[in-house]
Design a protein around this ligand. Structure first.
Ligand SMILES: [Zn+2]
Length: 98
């Protein structure tokens, strides 16, 4: 007869650290034609050091990427807005083009 594994008690293990987690959402880029979020791998990725706000959210960089919808074949230009803390910008060697 096989040995029984020790029974685990439900819930958080004793001595586990309590972490305050905040719920955040990430919306995948979506095809405007068929609404699919499936796509081919990104190509021609470029990063622009340009800051601003979009939907009241600040950003410091914009990634521009090309892909194709995996379901209907629509060609896509995807812009991803990133916010990176100021200390990460110390190594910037180029100014934003105005
Ligand atoms: Zn599509």
């Amino acid at each position: 007869m096989a040995k029984k594994a020790p029974r685990r008690r439900p819930g958080r293990p004793e001595n586990a650290t309590q972490v305050d987690r905040v719920h955040v959402h990430e919306l995948r880029a979506q095809c405007p034609r068929c609404h699919s979020t499936k796509r081919t791998p990104y190509r021609h990725v470029t990063t622009i050091h340009h800051g601003g706000t979009i939907d009241d959210r600040p950003y410091t960089h914009v990634e521009k990427k090309r892909a194709q919808c995996a379901d209907c074949g629509q060609h896509l230009m995807v812009s991803v807005y990133l916010f990176e803390p100021a200390e990460d910008q110390l190594g910037l060697d180029e100014e934003p083009a105005n």
